[in-house]
Design a protein around this ligand. Structure first.
Ligand SMILES: Cc1cc2nc3c(=O)[nH]c(=O)nc-3n(C[C@H](O)[C@H](O)[C@H](O)COP(=O)(O)O)c2cc1C
Length: 227
């Protein structure tokens, strides 16, 4: 009996250890996984009256593509725009407005996006700032999910930075594609397979919930706020 107890305990401890290692490995890799997953771009005329920085955080690139699309939309509206992964932003001098964005992972903003808010909170509070997030929790864009997502992923972050009062908050569906080679860790694959089952996805390997019309509409709203 004692031997059985010990064996059960060893099994439980092994599972806990493996889970802890997997979670640590996943959080230790909260950076753009490959060069293709981050986008750096600038657009707009040099003599534009306002310059905006879009600083986003991503692991697998979906957020980078949303940021790049919003950048293009704002340049079409006459702004000069820099789009960068948060970790590539060396300083924020000279910008008239900011858009800060993060993909949601494990019920939170990515660590580098949070570090960006902390580092530049004074500058962000002093200028017009908008924020957006994307994730599986916005797979359905309804009033109910919007309220729940705002409560879970926006309010806790903003409560840390009461001086930052966003001119607009974008809530977008995210994306994943498990058919991309060498892109996802085992932990991520397991999580996304579970997401696929829970959300009853027709194709469990990939989905794209990003609604480009919603994203373009939000970009136009932000542009109007920042004029
Ligand atoms: C390990 C893991 C955890 C995730 N956790 C969440 C979560 O807590 N909430 C959510 O809405 N989406 C979650 N997602 C989905 C991502 O937010 C979504 O796929 C997002 O678009 C990924 O952005 P990226 O491609 O820019 O990294 C998770 C995805 C993975 C792989």
């Amino acid at each position: 009996m004692k031997t059985l107890d010990r064996m059960v305990r060893v099994v439980y401890m092994s599972i806990a250890l493996i889970a802890a290692v997997a979670m640590f490995a996943a959080s230790a890799q909260a950076k753009p996984r490959t060069d293709n997953d981050s986008i750096t771009k600038s657009c707009g005329l040099d003599n534009a009256t306002k310059t905006i920085l879009i600083a986003y955080d991503t692991i697998h690139g979906s957020t980078a593509h949303i940021a790049a699309r919003i950048g293009d939309d704002l340049c079409d509206m006459g702004f000069k725009v820099d789009v960068k992964w948060v970790g590539d932003v060396a300083d924020v001098e000279g910008y008239d407005g900011f858009i800060v964005a993060s993909a949601i992972y494990k019920f939170n903003w990515l660590p580098d996006a949070q570090a960006f808010l902390e580092k530049y909170k004074v500058q962000l509070a002093a200028k017009k700032t908008a924020i957006f997030i994307d994730g599986a929790s916005m797979s359905q864009d309804t009033e109910k999910t919007r309220a729940a997502v705002k409560k879970s992923f926006i309010d806790p972050i903003l409560s840390k930075y009461p001086d930052i009062s966003p001119v607009s908050i974008g809530l977008f569906g995210g994306a994943f594609d498990l058919t991309r080679k060498n892109e996802y860790t085992l932990f991520e694959k397991v999580v996304l397979r579970i997401v696929g089952v829970i959300l009853r996805l027709p194709d469990k390997k990939k989905v794209d919930w990003r609604n480009w019309d919603t994203i373009n509409t939000w970009a136009a709203e932000v542009g109007n706020q920042m004029k």
